[in-house]
Design a protein around this ligand. Structure first.
Ligand code: ADP
Length: 453
């Protein structure tokens, strides 16, 4: 079994796997992408907060160092700094004494006189002068939750006359920035979920489109089969129909000897039935040629006056038989040259004038020509026939459409003539219009571009 057949047989399963695969993979990628962006964004925020904390430390340091000998002034300055700066949470000065650091001034009075000898003090003290460390509270306190207020602990060596004597420690809050970051993160997450829902819905829809594509393929195949059937069937019908037509007219013109009235009438019926059948076969052949793009058109630049005149003369007999007046008063000089297939134009005119004769009970049919918009040669066929209402006019050029009413009941036809006519007119670069009033008459106009000299 080849791959295509195998795929076709297990289509539903493949479709399902493909759908599930997309439904998982695409949201996952979007999810990953959003988290990756949020993570990187947080990292950059942390880097800038770290720098910001150190710069606060650097700006406070000289102010504290200035009166480091005077504990009271230092204490006052610390309190003042804290009062004026909402970002500052704590500020302490500890002086190194042997291995310990003793707090000599602090915004938290309880800290005063306390001795420390921890990693934070040692590490801060060992930094270069005017440099320091800044640690994020999340890295200090493991129990702290991300949603708690975050602070930064800053430690910088304190100097006096260029010598390190202790540590300036501070706590700064990053509340405002953190709140903004959290807000942004939440917004991105809401958007992310909305995106995922939309994408999933979209994929579900796309997977359903598969069915439509396959259905379309099947319909196309069936349509092609139908075209082929019509084409073969009509070809095969043509020869016997020609035979029936030929033999019945031979009976009628006496080629097989004298025939009595009864046989004559029977032969007449056979002839008219086979003529109808012949028209149907020709129409079907034309439809299949047009639909398969096999309609051959041999365009030649020419004056079509004589073509119109010959169709007029041909159909005049039919019109006379119905006691209809068929008029064509024109002059070759009035006809500009157009690009046209003469045989196809004949076919178009026979159909249009033939219809006018068919659908007119009494009165006249006038064939005329004029120049439209300075660009087109228009040929019009105007009758005083049964006419059409708006709905009928609208559907007129549809394949197999026939108006069904008392007036048309007895008139035979296939409903293909006007469809074929319109297709051929358009294939030759022209256009067809209809104007009609029910009960009064119709006017069909075909136009073709004039060739400018
Ligand atoms: P057919 O004549 O074989 O039925 P056509 O495609 O030539 O098919 O025409 C379609 C329908 O349009 C006809 O059935 C008829 O009802 C209507 N029609 C065509 N020409 C005229 C006309 N000149 N006047 C009134 N009705 C017309």
């Amino acid at each position: 079994m080849n791959l295509e057949k195998y795929f076709e047989k297990n289509r539903e399963i493949f479709q399902l796997i493909y759908g599930i695969f997309l439904i998982i993979l695409i949201p996952l990628l979007i999810f990953y992408n959003t988290f990756f962006i949020i993570k990187n964004y947080n990292k950059s925020i942390d880097v800038s907060l770290h720098r910001h904390s150190l710069s606060i430390g650097r700006s406070v340091l000289p102010y504290i160092e200035e009166k480091i000998d005077k504990q009271e002034i230092t204490q006052e300055r610390i309190e003042k700094l804290l009062k004026n700066n909402s970002e500052l949470l704590e500020l302490s000065v500890a002086i190194k004494n042997d291995e310990d650091f003793i707090v000599v001034a602090s915004s938290n009075k309880e800290e005063l006189e306390k001795k420390y000898n921890n990693y934070f003090y040692q590490f801060s003290f060992n930094q270069k002068i005017n440099d320091g460390i800044a640690i994020d509270s999340l890295n200090i306190d493991n129990d702290k939750k991300v949603e708690d207020e975050r602070y930064w602990k800053i430690g910088m060596p304190l100097t006096k006359n260029g010598k390190k004597i202790g540590v300036l420690s501070m706590k700064t809050s990053s509340k405002i920035v953190d709140e903004l970051t959290r807000e942004n993160r939440n917004k991105s997450l809401y958007l992310l979920f909305a995106e995922i829902i939309i994408v999933v819905l979209f994929i579900l829809l796309a997977v359903r489109f598969w069915d439509y594509i396959l259905l379309y393929k099947k319909i196309k195949e069936l349509d092609e089969m139908k075209d082929e059937f019509i084409s073969i069937a009509s070809h095969e019908l043509r020869t016997p129909v020609t035979g029936i037509k030929g033999y019945s007219s031979m009976i009628l013109d006496g080629s097989f000897g004298e025939v009595n009235e009864k046989t004559r009438n029977a032969a007449k019926t056979i002839l008219s039935a086979s003529e109808r059948l012949g028209t149907l076969v020709d129409d079907l052949l034309n439809v299949s040629r047009i639909e398969q793009g096999r309609m051959e058109i041999n365009i030649k630049k020419q004056n079509v006056y004589e073509t119109v005149d010959s169709v007029y003369n041909e159909l005049k007999i039919q019109a006379d038989e119905k006691k209809l007046e068929l008029k064509f008063n024109s002059n070759k000089k009035e006809w500009p040259e157009i690009n046209i297939d003469e045989e196809k134009l004949k076919q178009i005119l026979i159909n249009l004038i033939g219809n006018s004769i068919k659908y007119t009970k009494k009165g006249s049919i006038i064939i005329s020509n004029y120049i439209k918009d300075n660009k087109f040669l228009a040929i019009s066929i105007k009758d005083t026939g049964i006419g059409m209402d708006e709905e009928e006019r609208r559907r007129l050029f549809q394949k197999f459409y026939r108006v069904k009413n008392e007036n048309t009941k007895k008139i035979v036809g296939t409903g293909l003539g006007l469809w074929i006519t319109k297709q051929i007119v358009e294939l030759m670069g022209g256009n067809i219009f209809v104007d009609s009033i029910k009960g009064t008459g119709s006017e069909f106009t075909i136009i073709f571009p004039i060739i400018k000299k």
